[in-house]
Design a protein around this ligand. Structure first.
Ligand code: C5P
Length: 233
């Protein structure tokens, strides 16, 4: 489970992280928190033993993305991502840069954002429908040697078929049973996403905005284990 730290306040993010035992879950730092907190908090959490997914979705010319990926890997993050729409040369440059740094950082690619519909792709000028575009871009990610993709849980099985069992399927849009979907339109429960082929579940507000975040995490874990009893915190 990867907890999405979508905070505009660094202190709130630090308080939440401090409430969780190190290693209990992984942490996702996106653009908002990164721009407010800077790389130091990412480095500090990584040094403290947290697996940090730096979710900045790089999309630029190959040389620039390679440099950004190298910098991310040097921070010690567990995972960094690019946008597959940046194309094969960009993804290959990112792969080479991460490998050259000698770090174990995983490199994943966003396919089509889950906020995009078939109509959006048509307006942008990307051949759809969404499922076909995701398969095409996922195939490019496999060819470029990426470690996986960020995709909707409903696309996880086709991504596994493309990349094999070791190709990670990182899926946002996770909502434990009984939790409001909010602005996410295609949601799945943790157990359903796992059954659909996801390997890493990104879950944000159901944990970060819970009255008791550690309890909300434990409850999602319990749902995943199917045991009904959450491990104690
Ligand atoms: O709060 P919630 O569980 O909806 O958070 C989901 C996280 O996953 C957010 O950080 C969001 O930016 C990210 N994400 C997403 N859909 C994508 C890619 C990333 O929701 N396609």
């Amino acid at each position: 489970m990867i907890v999405a730290l979508d905070f505009d306040d660094v202190a709130a993010a630090e308080t939440l992280v401090a409430s969780l035992p190190v290693g209990r879950c992984r942490l996702k730092v996106g653009k908002e928190l990164f721009l407010r907190a800077g790389p130091e908090v990412v480095r500090r959490w990584s040094v403290a033993g947290w697996d940090v997914f730096l979710d900045l979705k790089f999309h630029d010319i190959p040389n620039t993305v390679a440099g950004a990926c190298r910098a991310a890997a040097d921070l010690g993050v567990w995972m960094v991502n690019v946008h597959t729409l940046g194309g094969p040369a960009m993804m290959e440059a990112a792969r080479a840069a991460v490998d050259a740094g000698g770090h174990a950082t995983l490199l994943t690619g966003v396919t089509i954002l889950t906020s995009h519909s078939d109509a959006d792709l048509e307006r942008i000028g990307i051949a759809g429908p969404v499922d076909a575009a995701v398969s095409r871009l996922g195939g490019l990610a496999v060819e470029a040697g990426l470690d996986g993709v960020v995709c909707a849980a409903r696309e996880a099985a086709s991504m596994r078929a493309l990349g094999g069992p070791g190709f990670r399927r990182v899926t946002p849009g996770i909502r434990p049973a009984g939790v409001a979907a909010g602005d996410q339109s295609r949601v799945m429960t943790p157990a359903a996403a796992l059954a659909a082929g996801a390997t890493d579940l990104v879950i944000g507000r159901p944990i970060t905005r819970a009255v008791d975040p550690p309890a909300a995490l434990a409850s999602a874990e319990a749902e995943l284990s199917g045991a009904g009893d959450a491990p104690g915190l």
